[in-house]
Write a new protein. Structure first.
Length: 121
């Protein structure tokens, strides 16, 4: 499926939402162009996009910012973070650090200090 969205950024609202079967790609592209040209003539600053997804539900998952307010996005993001909160020791014994981890080659250290680096300015 192809989805056409005209989005008013300042209001955080979808102005136009249309879906097209994949076989109607050209029609979707022409519709997007027509909306863009009309908005440009009127001096309206809206975002117009064509997006592909298997369904509207899939589109809503992958492009939430068009369908949720900033407040809703912040809340859902904080819920996801708290659900995946840090558990100390969870990976104990599963991570290996190489014996040479702290060994930094002198050439790399010199580059960090800016030694031997030529500037083109």
């Amino acid at each position: 499926m192809i989805f056409l969205i005209e989005y008013n950024r300042s209001e955080g609202l979808i102005v136009t939402f249309r879906d097209f079967d994949d076989s109607r790609r050209r029609e979707a592209e022409e519709s997007r162009l027509e909306i863009e040209l009309d908005l440009n003539r009127k001096g309206v600053d809206h975002e117009v996009v064509l997006l592909e997804a298997s369904s509207k539900a899939a589109l809503q998952r992958t492009h939430q910012r068009y369908f949720k307010s900033l407040h809703q996005l912040l809340i859902s993001g904080s819920l996801e973070m708290s659900a995946a909160s840090r558990q100390p020791g969870r990976l104990k014994g599963r991570i290996r650090i190489g014996a040479d981890f702290d060994d930094l080659p002198e050439a790399v250290l010199a580059a960090f200090r800016g030694e031997g680096v030529r500037s083109s300015f």
